[in-house]
Design a protein around this ligand. Structure first.
Ligand code: SF4
Ligand code: SF4
Length: 200
């Protein structure tokens, strides 16, 4: 009888214990913002274009050689709305070979690539994890929203912004020069005294 009650107690404690395991993949545990998932490309909302210029620095430093990139002239620079002369044309990462080292993020000078929170990319086919530019940018957009991502330094001024700032500066200077300085009353008193004239 006593051992039966003890057994029932153990069962009840087990039944009432908080859940410590989850039924993956039906349930997913959230990951911390510091988690290092697969690399993703970030999106410059202010310029409405990727941060990536296709400079290839990350490609050269990647220890597994799983990245490739190609740059092109940036039309938005010719239109004066972006400060980036070059922009990424195509980008590919074979996430099946990526070892999540983060070197690509460390060497990028343009805030263009981040280790996202994406970590579940199991595929049946060998090359199914070769991801292209649109996919990397989608992963980046999701990551930016998830962690409230902010670029580390503000964008340089675009040609149009530089021209507007120059025009505004010239306008302000012209206005200052056009304002006539009021004469100092002390000067007129001194002048009257110096000349011996009666100020009254
Ligand atoms: S992610 Fe950064 S380092 Fe890599 S190509 Fe783009 S700008 Fe260059
Ligand atoms: S995290 Fe490392 S292995 Fe993966 S793409 Fe970047 S540099 Fe290459």
């Amino acid at each position: 009888m006593l051992s039966g009650l003890r057994g029932l107690g153990v069962t009840l404690r087990g039944a009432l214990r908080p859940k410590v395991t989850f039924e993956y993949p039906k349930e997913h545990l959230p990951v911390d913002n510091r988690f290092m998932g697969f690399p993703a490309l970030t999106w410059d909302v202010a310029r409405d274009e990727p941060y990536c210029t296709g400079c290839m620095v990350c490609v050269r430093y990647c220890p597994t050689q799983c990245m490739s990139a190609k740059m092109q002239d940036n039309e938005k620079f010719s239109e004066g709305v972006s400060h980036r002369k070059k922009i990424i044309e195509s980008f590919e990462i074979n996430l099946g070979r990526c070892i999540l080292c983060g070197i690509c993020v460390d060497v990028c000078n343009f805030d263009a690539i981040e280790m996202s929170l994406e970590h579940e990319r199991s595929e049946r086919l060998r090359n199914a994890n070769r991801v292209d530019l649109p996919t990397l940018l989608d992963m980046g957009r999701v990551y930016q929203v998830e962690v409230g991502w902010k670029q580390s330094k503000p964008n340089a001024a675009s040609p149009n912004e530089r021209a507007a700032a120059k025009a505004a500066g010239e306008e302000a200077k012209a206005f200052e020069e056009s304002v006539v300085e009021p004469s100092d009353p002390d000067d007129s008193v001194n002048t009257a005294e110096e000349t011996g004239e009666d100020a009254a």
